[in-house]
Design a protein around this ligand. Structure first.
Ligand code: NM2
Ligand code: OGA
Ligand code: ZN
Length: 381
């Protein structure tokens, strides 16, 4: 007898549901329309690519299960009327997919993350060697898992020559080109269009909140570093948001429900967005933070909301700057930092005019990186 047959002890039809008793005492109740919609037969899904061939409106509204039985292989066969449509489900498919046993897939919410603060990294930052990331599947896997779980990673020993940010992206996904170019140079400029291109300190921020959708991963590669100052600062924005929620649910609710405008403009560009600073999913879990004090556009709110908003906004900005949440370190020449720009806020301290600080930056997106991560993780199974 195969393993398949042992998963389901018994099943029966009760009203519009298939009721399944599992080997471990659990019970599932599966609604007829859902079961019909998830039919795995070649008439329902393309056998090569797994894509569904019909729409939910093609399923008769009056669909019901006429009978259900096990075939000789232990598969569960379900006959749907009025279509007279037979679907065959393997027991393992049902176990893996029954909606009352399985949480939906999620790689973005706070629930999936290892939230951190300063003391989390007392033993050292998450470093991965550049060569092992390029040449070794397990190096890539380590790096992608760190981005998913911790939200950042520092690649070490990246050659200090130009264009390495694009080389790293080509190993992982696709470049997200913006008005700043496919690649941008972060160094002091005369008359810059962005304060990043000065020697000023930059407070903790996420990049490009004025762009909708935002670039979800930022890369910064340090090619030269001989100035005083210019230290890097990182804060886990999801952790900071949970602190805000603990300290004042009211302030948290204001920032998740108030949409504000961000803007960036120069001679060639006028980017605008209207978004909340903290974004939740349908389960009220944090999925995105956006913050950049330099790029918040005029705040326009109803009169009765403005004071509450400012109280919450000040509270949030104060939490982001707390020392116990921040890590501070200096990127060395050859270090390349990758950040989840929907979660991690970054900052830098001001630096001296003496010496040289030269970084190259670029953006990519989490969807491409997570796709590769899923492929590599599936290979391990
Ligand atoms: N740069 C470095 O999002 C921002 O405006 C921060 C971005 C100019 C691409 C700086
Ligand atoms: C940026 C930025 C940080 C740095 O370019 O977006 O925040 O260390 N730079 O210069
Ligand atoms: Zn930045």
């Amino acid at each position: 007898m195969s393993q398949e047959i042992e998963l389901i002890v018994k099943f029966s039809i009760v009203d519009d549901e298939l009721v399944i008793e599992w080997y471990d005492g659990k019970e599932s109740r599966v609604y007829a329309h859902w079961l019909r919609d998830h039919c795995q037969m070649p008439t329902s899904i393309n056998t090569n690519n797994g894509q569904r061939l019909f729409s939910v409106v093609d399923i008769p509204e009056e669909t019901y299960i006429e009978k259900a039985y096990k075939d000789e292989k232990g598969n569960v066969c379900v006959l749907f009327q009025p279509e007279n449509h037979l679907s065959v489900f393997s027991q393992s498919w049902l176990r893996k997919n029954c909606y009352d046993l399985n949480l939906h897939f999620d790689d973005r919410s706070e629930r999936q993350k290892k939230l951190w603060q300063k003391d989390t990294f007392e033993a050292g930052l998450p470093f991965v060697d550049f060569e092992s990331m390029c040449n070794d599947e397990s190096g890539k896997l380590d790096m992608l898992r760190l981005i998913r779980d911790v939200g950042f990673v520092v690649l070490e020993n990246v050659p200090t020559k130009e264009g390495q940010v694009l080389k790293v992206i080509s190993e992982l996904g696709y470049t997200r080109e913006t008005n700043y170019g496919a690649l941008f140079e972060v160094r002091t400029e005369v008359n810059p269009n962005n304060l990043a291109y000065t020697n000023m300190g930059l407070r903790s921020h996420t990049d490009n909140p004025y762009r909708d959708p935002v670039p979800t991963v930022q890369l910064l590669h340090c090619l030269e570093s001989s100035t005083e100052g210019g230290d890097s600062v990182l804060v886990d924005g999801f952790k900071a948001a949970t602190v805000l929620r603990q300290e004042s649910k009211e302030d948290f609710d204001i920032l998740t429900s108030t949409w504000i405008n961000f803007r960036f403009s120069d001679a060639k560009t006028d980017l605008r967005s209207r978004v909340p600073m903290i974004e939740l999913n349908d389960n009220n879990e944090i999925v995105k933070v956006r913050y950049n004090n330099r790029s918040i556009d005029t705040i326009k709110l109803p009169t009765n909301k403005i004071r509450h908003f400012y109280k919450a906004y000040r509270h949030w900005s104060e939490i982001i700057e707390r020392d116990d949440l921040k890590i501070i370190f200096k990127l060395s020449e050859g270090d390349l930092m990758l950040l989840d720009n929907t979660r991690i806020m970054h900052a830098r301290t001001a630096f001296s005019k003496k010496g040289k600080r030269y970084l190259q930056g670029a953006y990519t997106d989490l969807d491409g990186l997570y796709s590769l991560l899923n492929i590599l993780e599936n290979r391990k199974k």
